[in-house]
Design a binder for this molecule. Structure first.
Ligand SMILES: C[S@@+](CC[C@H](N)C(=O)[O-])C[C@H]1O[C@@H](n2cnc3c(N)ncnc32)[C@H](O)[C@@H]1O
Length: 274
């Protein structure tokens, strides 16, 4: 294996461990369950289609797509999340396939799927050009590519900006996830391999947290990227307290009353050029 491949494997192992830490499935289930069905509907997923959910986690898109009658494969770097999704799907009567796979090297053939979807998922693969290339490759000509990506300006984009000064330095060549929420970046990534590209800013209403501190404590305990940053400063109580306050302040500034927040995302839809 080349030196570069060894480094990439180590990076992906680290990412897998990060997403397996805490309880991401609880975030999907309790905080953003509305986003999966948004993408399924926006892409007109229906019975008879073959659909791939990339970076599917516990199946936020894949399960509603399967319940809509499509033949679905849920693929993710983190098998621990796929296992949770498998149990949830069985409980909800959804029949689909679960496959471990890196979004930058998907374990599928060219043009295998009618629709290739990803909800706040592919944006976390570190090499954007490679990941975008894979979305296009596995989609059939005329098929749909649909994404939900957190925007840099929205709540989660701003949360990553708050975390950054406390985070370990990013590995060389890794790009920041919220860039996928910038329409110009997505357009450049997909390029002329797609047509009919539409990017729409929308928000999802969050009503899980009664108080800003509840948001902070939930993400500190459940959300891998936040957990990783807290671990990085675990031996520095002053910085830990400063990050506690910065995250609480972020949630406070977005509180529309009684803990309701609106988190902005970019809804992307396009057709692979025939
Ligand atoms: C914020 S979660 C989103 C999961 C799911 N799509 C949802 O809507 O709940 C991000 C997901 O990206 C996955 N992921 C991160 N890097 C990846 C990569 N290189 N290839 C495939 N999946 C990856 C993580 O394992 C995690 O499940």
């Amino acid at each position: 294996m080349s030196e570069q491949n060894v480094a990439d494997r180590a990076l992906k192992d680290k990412h897998r461990a990060m997403w397996a830490s805490g309880d991401y499935a609880a975030v999907a289930r309790e905080v953003i369950p509305a986003l999966g069905p948004v993408l399924v509907e926006a892409c007109g997923v229906r019975a008879g289609q073959r659909v791939l959910d990339v970076a599917a986690g516990s199946g936020n898109v894949a399960i509603p797509a399967a319940l809509a009658g499509a033949g679905v494969v849920a693929s993710d770097l983190t098998p621990e999340l796929l296992e949770i999704g498998r149990a949830d799907a069985a409980a909800r009567g959804a029949d689909l396939e679960w496959r471990q796979g890196d979004a930058e090297a998907l374990p599928f053939g060219d043009a295998e799927f009618d629709a290739v979807l990803s909800c706040v998922g592919v944006m976390f693969a570190p090499h954007h050009r490679e990941a975008a290339g894979e979305l296009v490759r596995v989609c059939r000509p005329g098929g749909t590519i649909g994404l939900v990506n957190w925007t840099p300006e929205g709540f989660i984009g701003q949360m990553f900006a708050v975390l950054k000064p406390y985070a370990p330095p990013p590995p060389p060549g890794a790009q920041p996830p919220p860039l996928w929420g910038d329409p110009a970046h997505v357009s450049a990534l997909l390029g002329d391999r797609v047509e009919g590209l539409e990017t729409v800013r929308r928000t999802v209403r969050i009503d899980r947290f009664g108080k800003p501190e509840e948001f902070r404590d939930f993400f500190k305990a459940h959300y891998g990227p936040t957990i990783t940053v807290y671990r990085n400063i675990a031996d520095d109580p002053d910085r830990t307290a400063a990050l506690d306050e910065a995250l609480t302040d972020l949630a406070r500034r977005h509180d529309l009353g009684e803990g309701i927040m609106e988190w902005e995302y970019l809804l992307v839809t396009a057709r692979k050029r025939a």
